[in-house]
Design a protein. Structure first.
Ligand code: HMG
Ligand code: MG
Length: 282
């Protein structure tokens, strides 16, 4: 049976746009509970500007407080060299840079053009290579942008290839505002897969009306083997107005199993993490 990796992003994508502050110890309890489920990759936090995303201002404290378990890799977002240095100092196992396939979202989320965001990644990528730190790349707004409307699949192909060329080990395709359907994803992959192998792509789908699971199913059939999801479907983005929650971890695991793949996650243990997630301040 073939393995599929589920990248749990709840502690980061799930919590970054909550209205009420989530106490650091509750974040730590959530990450620890997720670590006991068999999930191998957990995005724990973001080393971004606290003025831009105050919900992630306790990134170093979160990393210092979590229990490190063998086989569980902890990741964090890093938008620039400063974020990378902080992530290294905090003991992260990997980092993720994030770019956008649309100019509008790039400006709103990173305060620069897409091209400028790549210039900013350059010193980060050089330092990460020197430190032996794996870097994942997110590409946002791959289906549609909250500011610019539908995204040209050609732009997704162009910027995905740039992220890989810059040194990212894979590109997570972000449907940031949950605008996708199986058909739109199929059209995107038709354009993308001749240029970028499925093994270097992951699906990061925010969910509107259960469509994220249909997209995971379609992506599995097209050869993708890495998916992001969030415990209890937590999620959003402070710079994407109306962005719905991420694909729910349990639902994505069910799709993976139903399609005949192995994920290695203990669903009973996941219920404990779901209970913690469900009790967080909204
Ligand atoms: P800027 O204002 O253009 O740049 O922000 P700056 O260099 O002037 O920095 C602003 C302030 O932040 C300064 O502090 C810097 O020192 C500080 P001040 O002088 O004003 O007191 N600063 C930092 N502090 C801590 N850590 C750092 C750091 N860097 C600068 N690493 C910047 C540019 C990139 C910093 C800003 O735009 C930023 O932090 N953006 C992050 C936005 C974000 O985290 N968005 C959510 C994550 S992306 C997402 O959710 C999508 C995803 O899920 C995929 C999908 O769904 O599509 C990944
Ligand atoms: Mg997201």
């Amino acid at each position: 049976m073939e393995d599929v990796t589920l990248f749990e992003v709840g502690p980061r994508d799930g919590l970054q746009s909550r209205g009420l502050p989530v106490p650091t110890e509750r974040k730590i309890a959530l990450i620890d509970a997720l670590g006991r489920t068999g999930l191998q990759k957990i995005e724990a936090t973001s080393f971004v500007s606290p003025r831009w995303v105050p919900q992630m201002a306790d990134a170093a404290e979160v990393m210092a407080g979590v229990r490190r378990l063998p086989g569980v890799r902890l990741a964090a977002l890093a938008p620039n060299l400063r974020g990378l240095e902080a992530a290294i100092a905090a003991g992260c196992d990997e980092v993720a840079v994030f770019a956008s396939a649309s100019e509008g979202f790039s400006r709103a989320n990173l305060n620069c053009s897409i091209e400028e965001s790549f210039e900013r990644f350059a010193p980060l990528m050089a330092r990460a290579a020197e430190a032996g730190m794996p870097v994942r790349g997110y590409l946002s707004s791959v289906i549609a942008c909250p500011y610019d409307g539908p995204t040209d699949p050609g732009e997704v192909a162009r910027w995905s290839a740039r992220l890989l060329a810059a040194g990212c080990y894979e590109v997570a395709l972000g449907d940031t505002i949950g605008a996708g359907r199986a058909e739109t994803l199929a059209a995107l992959l038709d354009r993308l897969l001749p240029h970028v192998p499925a093994a270097r792509l992951a699906g990061h789908f925010h969910d509107t009306a259960g469509r994220a699971c249909e997209m995971v199913d379609l992506a599995l059939a097209r050869g993708l083997r890495s998916f992001d999801a969030s415990v209890g479907g937590l999620g959003g983005c402070p710079y994407a107005p109306g962005a719905p929650g991420n694909a729910d971890t349990r639902q994505v695991l069910e799709v993976i199993s139903a399609a005949g793949f192995r994920h290695g996650v203990d669903l009973a243990a996941l219920a404990e993490a779901e209970a913690i997630a469900g009790a967080l301040p909204a």
